[in-house]
Design a protein around this ligand. Structure first.
Ligand code: RUB
Length: 329
């Protein structure tokens, strides 16, 4: 539980807790929720001092970015909103409005991006295709649903995605749209892949070298697809591209509690058992056919160009330097 003080309205803590506890999950939804939380914080600020307001918004930004480490969409969304404070705002009212407008513009951009991804991505699917997806990615689902709406008859294999079973959510979403779905354990992928024409997954972070960080198990699926020359697409908004990786920062992989894997009683009766529960893994660019973004479908190796165009060459902040030093030591 995140420690609540009187500083922010309860809704902001609620969003932060919901991201941390995975009630809000999926990199795109996390990013939009963080922008929404900053907007709520700005709207509810009770003070009267511009500099104090800036500190308050930056504190809210820190709280939100501390909730989950892997999806770069979270710090990218927060940076997008914080740009409001770098503009020449000279009054509290102007700063408040700027933060609210920036948050709204991020949310709007995210919604439009998903629609573009669906439009570009559906062209990669043919009538009669069998598609495999993993975890629960709105970007990947939007591609499948768009192709379905265009009248292409598809069959989807959705992995359960242990230990949190996001595959159930994916199955429900696709069934609601009228798409044929078969739920499978991810351990069956190498057996099933022979029936699959293409894989589509989402991303939590795309690194400058085109490697994609996504739900644990993604890289094994990519390996199985590669072995049989099955196309492997990643559908993602460009705000999941990491500017930090351009200067060598390593994407932090979240490890989640053992209790997600085994029951408390089993843990208690085997005190010497160590349990590892990594939530994400890294798929190398060589296993990725293309990255479907709102700007078009790009080869993974072009990720660095997109990052430079969108974010410029990053200025190395002391915070980032600290992280790099930590990794080397
Ligand atoms: C979710 C996950 C999704 C990406 C992309 O993991 O790995 O594939 O976040 O999702 P978790 P989207 O459930 O642990 O957050 O395309 O919706 O952004």
């Amino acid at each position: 539980m995140i420690k609540e003080t009187a500083l922010f309205p309860q809704q902001v803590y609620q969003i932060a807790n919901d991201i941390r506890d995975m009630k809000i999950r999926g990199a795109g939804r996390i990013a939009k929720a963080a922008a929404e939380a900053l907007k709520i914080a700005a709207e509810s600020y009770k003070g009267e001092d511009l500099e104090d307001f800036k500190r308050y918004i930056k504190e809210a930004a820190k709280l939100l970015t501390s909730t989950r480490p892997t999806a770069v969409s979270l710090p990218n969304a927060v940076s997008w909103v914080l740009k409001a404070l770098n503009t020449n705002v000279s009054t509290l009212q102007a700063a408040r409005e700027a933060v609210i407008n920036q948050a709204n513009s991020f949310i709007q951009y995210a919604d439009q991006a998903l629609r573009k991804i669906a439009e570009y991505g559906e062209k990669m699917l043919r009538d009669g295709d069998t598609v495999l997806t993993h975890c629960n990615s709105l970007a990947a689902i939007s591609v499948i649903v768009e192709a379905h709406k265009k009248g292409k008859k598809l069959h989807v294999f959705a992995t359960e995605t242990r230990p949190m079973y996001q595959g159930y959510i994916t199955s429900e979403m696709l069934l609601k749209e009228g798409v044929n779905v078969t739920l499978i354990p991810e351990s069956s992928v190498r057996q099933i892949i022979r029936k699959v024409d293409g894989v589509i997954v989402g991303a939590d972070t795309v690194a400058a070298n085109g490697a994609v960080v996504n739900k644990i198990g993604t890289s094994l699926i990519a390996l199985a697809a590669h072995e049989r020359s099955v196309d492997f697409f990643v559908a993602t908004e460009t705000f999941k591209f990491s500017p930090y990786t351009l200067i060598g920062d390593i994407v932090p992989i979240e490890f989640r509690p053992p209790s997600e894997i085994v029951g408390v009683d089993f843990l208690k009766s085997h005190p010497n058992l160590r349990i590892l529960n990594p939530a994400f893994d890294v798929t190398p660019p060589d296993y990725i056919t293309g990255i479907i973004t709102e700007l078009g479908i790009i080869p993974p190796k072009a990720a660095a160009i997109i990052i430079e165009e969108m974010y410029g060459r990053p200025v190395i902040s002391s915070e980032i330097l600290g992280r790099v030093e930590e990794d080397i030591s």
